[in-house]
Design a protein around this ligand. Structure first.
Ligand SMILES: *[C@@H]1O[C@H](CO)[C@@H](O)[C@H](O)[C@H]1NC(C)=O
Ligand SMILES: *[C@@H]1O[C@H](CO)[C@@H](O)[C@H](O)[C@H]1NC(C)=O
Ligand SMILES: *[C@@H]1O[C@H](CO)[C@@H](O)[C@H](O)[C@H]1NC(C)=O
Length: 292
């Protein structure tokens, strides 16, 4: 199922060798991108690979580029079509930035699935992206049968953590203050938090934060729709999800949720452990994608 024909395999291997080393800003690479209309918004989507569709939704106030490049490569090499819709206000994506709801942002994801993804996709959300993955699966359960919740944070978010993205992502604040918050909230102790001083979009962060606040509590569908298959990836050093909350999701949804711990990683996760994330996901992903 994963390798339906020799042709796909051959094409993939050709692509593998053509992939660049990621040493420059994303915009310099001429990756195939497509624009998808969604209401008043126009969403730029990075399109890579061939196979069952996987969508990646990035974390708060950041784009879906560099942080996910190496992880995307692993998925492409494993035989997936990876779509990375860029949030409104990043790269070429544009649309209303005020009074935006999670439902609006879910509609953006649904348009991408319909236009480029063949009507069904497995959605991988990271941090804030997990909120959007959950809400999207509730509104469009037939389009999104399965979701990956990467660094979702705890259902009871520790109160001293809630403000962290608004310190790290507030580019008006002094760098030492932001760096301290990055180290505390987003990076495991032995990882260099400097790499995330860049890459924040304050206007996007404000738009997404307002959408989350307008939506209210997510606890009633912490595992997406009633039918959604869920893989939760919990970074071992993630202060947004202390280990007292490592079992919450699987206890709530024992029949459709699985959790895995990613060692030596915190809330940033993908730049910290992209390969380990891929290895944790792939057996589950193969199982899920055999159904779509
Ligand atoms: C956003 O919503 C508020 C309150 O509902 C309204 O006063 C305001 O005009 C809206 N802004 C835009 C840009 O639509
Ligand atoms: C960012 O920090 C500046 C300086 O402290 C502050 O004035 C501003 O309100 C902050 N912005 C947000 C969105 O919190
Ligand atoms: C979580 O589940 C594991 C495996 O079932 C168990 O060993 C562990 O004690 C549980 N932890 C908590 C905090 O409930």
């Amino acid at each position: 199922m994963l390798f339906p024909s020799g042709l796909v395999l051959t094409l993939m291997m050709t692509c593998v060798h053509a992939l660049p080393a990621f040493t420059q800003p994303l915009m310099r690479y001429k990756w195939p991108t497509q624009f998808v209309r969604s209401g008043k918004a126009k969403i730029e989507v990075l399109v890579q690979g061939a196979g069952p569709t996987v969508i990646i939704i990035p974390s708060y106030g950041r784009d879906g580029g560099d942080d996910y490049n190496s992880f995307t490569n692993y998925l492409v090499n494993a035989g997936y079509l990876v779509l990375r819709p860029q949030p409104r206000g990043t790269f070429g994506s544009m649309g209303p930035m005020t009074n935006v709801t999670l439902e609006d942002l879910s509609a953006d994801i649904a348009s991408v699935i319909d236009t480029l993804g063949g009507g069904q996709a497995i959605v991988i959300g990271h941090a804030f992206g997990t909120f959007l993955a959950k809400v999207s699966s509730v509104i469009y359960p037939e389009k999104i049968p399965a979701i990956v919740l990467a660094a979702p944070g705890g259902i009871y978010l520790p109160s001293n953590m809630a403000e962290m993205p608004f310190i790290t992502g507030n580019t008006s604040l002094p760098i030492p203050e932001r760096l301290k918050a990055l180290q505390k909230a987003f990076f495991a102790p032995n990882h260099d938090a400097h790499i995330w001083l860049d890459g924040w979009y304050p206007e996007v962060l404000a738009m997404e934060h307002a959408a989350v606040q307008t939506y209210g509590s997510l606890t009633s569908h912490w595992g997406g729709a009633d039918t959604t298959q869920v893989l939760e990836l919990i970074p071992a050093d993630d202060p947004f999800q202390p280990n007292s909350q490592w079992n919450v999701t699987t206890n709530l949804y024992p029949n459709r949720a699985t959790s895995k711990i990613i060692a030596d990683a915190s809330h940033a996760l993908f730049p910290e452990q992209g390969k380990a994330v891929f290895e944790a996901i792939i057996p589950w992903l193969k199982q899920q994608s055999s159904h779509i």
